[in-house]
Design a protein around this ligand. Structure first.
Ligand SMILES: NC(=O)c1ccc[n+]([C@@H]2O[C@H](COP(=O)([O-])OP(=O)(O)OC[C@H]3O[C@@H](n4cnc5c(N)ncnc54)[C@H](O)[C@@H]3O)[C@@H](O)[C@H]2O)c1
Length: 432
């Protein structure tokens, strides 16, 4: 491939990261083959449709599939650039599971030819790209492998993490800065040339190991800082202080910027990636580990506080606002909101109602609890107790006069004007 020719690209893993990436590369004019192990994913994309929710992705995929620049398959085919975006979960004891990456790399190895570039995008423990390189070297002894030959290597292998925000993936895929780590500087330069075709943000090169660690550090930074806010919120509950007010006031200090507490940390990134660092250096990560424990422990604290409130008002209907792990998305993976709501539903059968505008039916976890999915109007009409678990804009915009007289536990601080519960609890008791 000459440098001004458009490379053919094969993207492995067509989920929240791989599919938008494949579509954006296809939009730049490259021929893209998307590979997934799931029939349904492949069939859906080939029919011009999508199997995940993401703003504007449906129109983009429909366009590139109908123009013939994107197609999907279960099988890897020869290409100039291979991008791997498969899952990297953790297993028992939070040990990172890179088996999906190694399986994808095995399939790529069979299709490699001199001149090709392999890029890992999955969030990975430090050293994974080198392990992938070692695997490819074993499977393809005919190729000169970067870092293992004195000659110019036949292929390039790099790591380039993704840092997009769900709901803004297409915008951020093109506009965010990218950190590109090569097994060698030459590998990084090859990948840089590729990303420059569709990324408008700055692309910075480094080593594969530094790029792997950078991604883990970004999410651990968020986790540790959220843990600080969550710990403050527990202390504030004990001292009968309004944590939101204290944080607002503290943040007036020019060099203080405390994040917002919540019911815990969920999703497949911030709650997972810190474990990859802890696993790599267990003796030297007490802070990161404790932060994880504080954030996981916040679920139990919210559950106990909510239960104390519900126990005070026997028989009263309760509305839990939100199941998603963060605002304005339909993703319930590892969601603390979902864990709390489901536990309350089991503890108080027939009394818990769920308001989740991003769900058309209740997800798993509420079986046998007589829990109903209701809309905001119905909750305001029929539920004297309201617990906010997710900060969807639709909840934030409920004005005080529609919330007046309600007993509220606001774990997200979305209703700062809500009066304390004393009067509402007294009124409810008198009415019952
Ligand atoms: N979702 C995010 O917001 C986000 C953000 C940054 C980084 N990441 C990272 O990106 C990676 C992918 O995450 P995701 O959210 O897109 O996951 P996902 O579960 O949405 O999608 C992964 C896809 O890979 C497919 N797959 C599994 N094994 C495969 C194989 N051997 N070959 C081809 N396809 C295979 C699965 O069927 C699935 O469709 C993970 O490492 C994740 O940590 C995700």
């Amino acid at each position: 491939m000459l440098s001004d020719e458009k490379p053919s690209v094969c993207v492995l893993g067509l989920g929240y990261i791989g599919l938008p990436t494949a579509a954006v590369i296809a939009r730049s004019g490259c021929k893209v083959l998307g590979v997934d192990v799931t029939d349904h994913v492949v069939d859906t994309i080939n029919s011009g449709k999508i199997h995940i929710e993401e703003v504007d992705l449906d129109g983009l995929v429909q366009g590139v599939v109908s123009r013939g620049t994107l197609r999907a398959s279960l099988m890897v085919e020869p290409a100039d650039v291979f991008v791997i975006a498969v899952p990297t979960p953790f297993g028992d004891d939070h040990v990172p599971d890179t088996s999906y990456v190694m399986e994808a790399a095995t399939n790529v190895a069979a299709a490699l030819k001199p001149g090709d570039c392999v890029i890992l995008e999955s969030t990975s423990p430090v050293g994974t790209t080198e392990k992938m390189r070692d695997l490819i070297a074993k499977l393809r002894p005919d190729l000169k492998i970067p870092g293992m030959t004195k000659d110019i290597p036949d292929i390039a292998i790099s790591y380039c993490p993704e840092r997009v925000l769900p709901g803004k993936i297409l915008e951020e895929l093109t506009n965010n800065d990218r950190c590109i780590g090569g097994i060698t500087p030459r590998c990084a330069r090859k990948a840089l040339g590729f990303y420059r075709r569709f990324v408008r943000g700055e692309c910075v090169t480094t080593s594969a190991r530094a790029a792997e660690m950078t991604k883990l550090v970004e999410n651990s930074y968020r986790d540790v800082n959220i843990a600080f806010a969550n710990e403050l919120s527990i202390v504030a509950d004990q001292m009968d202080l309004d944590v939101w007010e204290v944080i607002r006031l503290a943040n007036r200090h020019p060099r203080v910027n405390i994040l917002q507490p919540g019911p815990g940390v969920g999703g497949h990134c911030i709650a997972v990636d810190p474990w990859f660092i802890i696993h790599g250096a267990p003796e030297h990560t007490p802070l990161i580990r404790i932060a994880r424990e504080v954030n996981d422990g916040k679920v139990g604290h919210v559950l106990e506080q909510a239960s104390l409130m519900i126990d005070e008002l026997p028989g009263v209907q309760v509305a839990c606002f939100g199941l998603a792990f963060k605002a304005n998305i339909d993703d319930f993976r590892e969601s603390p909101a979902l864990k709390i709501a489901a536990k309350l539903a089991r503890r108080y059968p027939g009394r818990i109602n769920i308001v989740e505008p991003y769900a058309s039916e209740l997800p798993a976890g509420f079986e046998g609890t007589d829990t109903k999915l209701i809309d905001i109007d119905e909750a305001l009409e029929s539920c004297p107790v309201m617990i906010t678990l997710t900060d969807h804009d639709m909840f934030r915009s409920i004005p005080l006069d529609e919330r007046s007289g309600k007993v509220v536990y606001d774990t997200r601080g979305i209703w700062p004007d809500q009066p304390d519960n004393l009067q509402a609890v007294t009124d409810l008791r008198l009415a019952s």
